[in-house]
Design a protein around this ligand. Sequence first.
Ligand code: 6GU
Length: 390
Amino acid sequence: MRIDVISIFPDYFAPLDLSLIGKARESGLLDLRVHDLRGWAHDRHRTVDDSPAGGGAGMVLRPEPWGEAFDELDVEGAELNRSVVVFPSPSGVPFTQDLAADLATRARLVVGCGRYEGIDQRVIDHVAGRAEVLEVSLGDYVLNGGEVAAMAMIEAVVRLLPGFMGNPDSVVEESHADGLLEYPVYTRPRTWRGLDIPDVLTSGDHGAITRWRQDQALRRTARRRPDLIHPSRVDADEELRLVQPADAGELLTLQRACWVQEQQANPDVDIPALSETLHDVEEWLREWVVLVLRRGGRLVGAARGRTHGTSWDVGRLMVAPDLQGLGLGRRLLAEIEACAPPEVTTYELYTGAGSAENIRMYQRAGYRLSGWGDAGEVPGAVRLTKRRRD
Ligand code: 6GU
């Protein structure tokens, strides 16, 4: 990647010779060139600023040196869509990990650092006609100029370049990569000033460690950055109850969202959950015991059951796709089983023969494969049963 920085304080960028960024420059991964804007000023004092048109405090950077700079640096570049001109500015769009990841795929960045009250707007408008332009802000506070912001952005982008990190996993695991803040980390000694490392981290149970870390990341994010999380991701504010008629619409929406995956895993199977209408849902709500799970007000899960002789038919076990893998399905299953009346001796359910994940989940919950739906009335499905234990 080539990065050109234009600034009236090129010395600000000396630290980019240090550490990993310096190594990336030495190795040729990064071609970073810092230019003094005054090099494109022609008067005796190499003036680059003037007072604002229309009056007001401070000074504005004049357009002419910028125009010459962009001409000489050939901002159009050869590679279409692979170069961007970035103007750090407190009035820009937020700089995020996603934006850093986008910029890291480009062949060339040109960074124009403003100072004082800013750069004459015509510079930005003019360059926008020649190249892709972004005005980007680090956050809601004001710095004296774009240099410190540019340095932060360059560091965030360059560390994502393929080959920059010794261990690419550390890029995947860190804060913001998955939309959550990172979990807390510890190292030796095990006890320090009376404070212990959490036991789970020294347990050797890798499954438990992964679950603990996910939970910590979620709690931390919910506490510090609630803006990053939908309330339904957090288990507080949860409600599990019998369905009400007013739930029908959301239930229909949820089952469509959930059974699309089923259809993909079982392309030849006819799946009623995908073709039912609101009226159909309202009908079966009257005939089944139905539990719904709400989190943060949102309907995120459901299950239904009804007696059939001495067995309890379980079905329509669904969890919103973005909340799967958190154990909600297992909980809903246990809850709907618990709704079975006393005469029930077995639980029975059908799932797509191609739905390997679902089948494994049911097996972990104590179900055994007991037949093919083809023999009965559900072609393409398998039957799973479990004896009631109490
Ligand atoms: Cl990118 N520039 C300046 N001057 N101040 C800022 C900023 C940028 N981001 C936050 N504050």
